[in-house]
Write a protein of this length. Sequence first.
Length: 371
Amino acid sequence: MAEEKKDPLPEDEPEGTLPKKLSNLLEGDVTVRAEEEPASKNDEDYVYIYRGKALNQEELFRFSAREDVKQVLVAGPYSSGKTTLIVMLYYLFLEGHNHTLRFAGSLTLNGFKSRSEKLRLSSGEARPLVDRTSRSEQDLYLHLALADESGRKGNLILTDISGEKFSSEYMDELSESYGDCENVILTVDGEKLQDPLQRRDEIFQSIQLLKQLLNSGIVTKRSKLQIVCTKRDLIEKGPCFEKTIDYLKNNRENLIHYNLTRHLNRLLSQKGISKAEVVRGSLLSKAYVYQIFSGERTPSRDKLIAIAFGLQLSEKETQDLLKISGKQELYAREERDAIILFSIQRNQSIFEVNDLLFEHAFNTLGISEES
């Protein structure tokens, strides 16, 4: 059957073209190859027929063993718009909005379509929706074949991983599959950025996720990283569009260099607690606490947990404090951590948690040698 000829793309960039940086990433990272000669009878023993759904790990392995692929890890917290971004990339290429690369097919058409059903007017939804990816989902890899102006083709694999997987609990598992990843897109929830009450927390979570990706070896010096603000349509429709853009521009340096010292002093101000009260509530020496708040000392995990008791932090605030310092979060399946979490959830003092730790023959907090 003769191949259907497609009209060439217009020279001018049409409305809806991808942002230039993201377009450059995709254009630069898709490996192109010349059309291969038809296989002889002895070249191939098997013909693989794909289901049309997103590929699972085994199917991706088979495909990448036969074809050159470029994989893009789309990372971001829960409900930050990762799946929507992937689906819209598919439609932008399908409808010819990219001025350099054109859509040349997909092994996962049904995977894209099933993820975009609620985006259509025919779905009856009040607003466009994309179902969130389940944490147990195994079909994670969506395929795009793209061709340049000369007709040379390449394969792009977009990973659709649940946001719950991007936590310290699963980072080692992710590192095994995506270590030293060449292409990474980090999504930031634009809808939360426009809300002054959620903005700081969203930026904080994005910074922590990026640190975890770096510490786990998923993002390295060789990685091409794009940070994408999603849900721009909701920002533009919201009442704080200009204020949101101004905030991001004016606080760019503060956001990039947000660190443990700044975070601790911010908590101190929010709680209305003096450093002297932190000293008493953490069972650490005055000199040591003051050095931590001034940035002269870097506390161990246990000392930071002791300070969390001194600051009277909630469970979430304590976990955030550990994450921003690069320390392991409290994990309920670890008995000692479970005792500490139990005390935090009940607003107990450091004396009470130490009694429980001592009863169970664990090291106590705040009173061992400072380091």
